[in-house]
Design a binder for this molecule. Sequence first.
Ligand SMILES: Nc1nc2c(ncn2[C@@H]2O[C@H](COP(=O)(O)OP(=O)(O)OP(=O)(O)O)[C@@H](O)[C@H]2O)c(=O)[nH]1
Ligand SMILES: C[S@@+](CC[C@H](N)C(=O)[O-])C[C@H]1O[C@@H](n2cnc3c(N)ncnc32)[C@H](O)[C@@H]1O
Ligand code: SF4
Ligand code: SF4
Length: 326
Amino acid sequence: MGLKDTHGRKINYLRLSVTDRCNLRCFYCMPHEGVPDVGHSGILSFEELQMIAECSVGLGIEKIRITGGEPTVRAGLVGFLTKLSAIPGLRHLALTTNGLLLEQMVADLYRAGVQRLNVSLDSLNPQRFKEITRGGELNKVLAGLDAAVAAGFPPPKINVVIMRGINDGEVLDFAELTRSRGCSVRFIEYMPVVKEDGWQRLCFSGQEVLQRIREQHPLEPVNKGDFAGPSQDYRIPGAAGSIGIITAVSGHFCVDCNRIRVTARGQAKGCLFSDEKVDLLPFLRPPDCQALCSALQRIVASKPEGHGIRCGEYEHSNFSMAQVGG
Ligand SMILES: Nc1nc2c(ncn2[C@@H]2O[C@H](COP(=O)(O)OP(=O)(O)OP(=O)(O)O)[C@@H](O)[C@H]2O)c(=O)[nH]1
Ligand SMILES: C[S@@+](CC[C@H](N)C(=O)[O-])C[C@H]1O[C@@H](n2cnc3c(N)ncnc32)[C@H](O)[C@@H]1O
Ligand code: SF4
Ligand code: SF4
């Protein structure tokens, strides 16, 4: 069986958020005080998350990305991933993390069956990193990248939210990581999740990123593999890693959108920027697999064609990316 939305797109990718808490406070993602505490019962249990994953795979989802908040801060994550990776029909299990806890956890994540890691890292300058994340230690993330490779993972993909006047001066340093560490690096356009006047001043487009790199290096296009996300990929000839741009604001990647999302509080979302949600809790407490599958199908059926941020159609309510999972 497969899932198709009303715009003809194949939906085979679930972003599953396991927590909305985080051990960092990146200024573009999280309020300083964190997200409101909803206690244990406000967050889906691992059994409930597993049921959502099983139903989704039964419907045609082939790739699950675990996200958050920061997924590695949730106690019991490794045991959950071990069960998740054993779901028949799930072809790809990946995790997006800020990397802070990787050094101590990465061998367990590998043994649990996680196939790929994406690590968010916005600056290679320790002081700037601390400012962007409101307190993070760059060295721990770099040690986590080394530990991931030592544990058997391919070099993690690095996600950089690129922001004018903040870290755009580091484009070439990040591009260099595709040679020095063999990591693929993706530059993500800053997305205005909270409506604030003047958000455009932070925007540094994917095209500007490519232009900066092309001033120093030739770039060749790279074919996207199976399960590719929204990035457009290039390579400096001879580099092991690729350079991608995720043009979340300036680009047209919605035409290839292949994903749905479920938040840690059990809300299913068809689009990152749509206010439309389906609350899955009534189908989980008590569990009703058939009704849950129908709810997931409804979310796929109601996926919008895309967002209109670029054209000024900026209608979504404010949200924190940490509560949706990016
Ligand atoms: N607007 C928008 N942004 C997205 C979408 N999916 C991912 N992103 C953003 O892209 C960035 C990277 O996301 P990742 O968690 O690494 O996932 P991915 O890009 O699907 O990763 P791969 O599977 O490795 O290609 C994050 O900032 C996400 O918020 C999407 O469907 N729409
Ligand atoms: C919400 S985080 C969750 C996973 C994990 N804590 C991490 O940082 O990788 C997922 C992704 O969303 C991205 N993100 C958060 N807020 C964003 C924003 N306003 N614009 C663009 N990307 C954003 C982060 O950079 C990260 O790559
Ligand atoms: S981007 Fe990730 S690490 Fe940064 S505050 Fe958001 S959830 Fe935490
Ligand atoms: S903005 Fe919505 S439609 Fe566009 S790629 Fe993201 S989730 Fe898909």
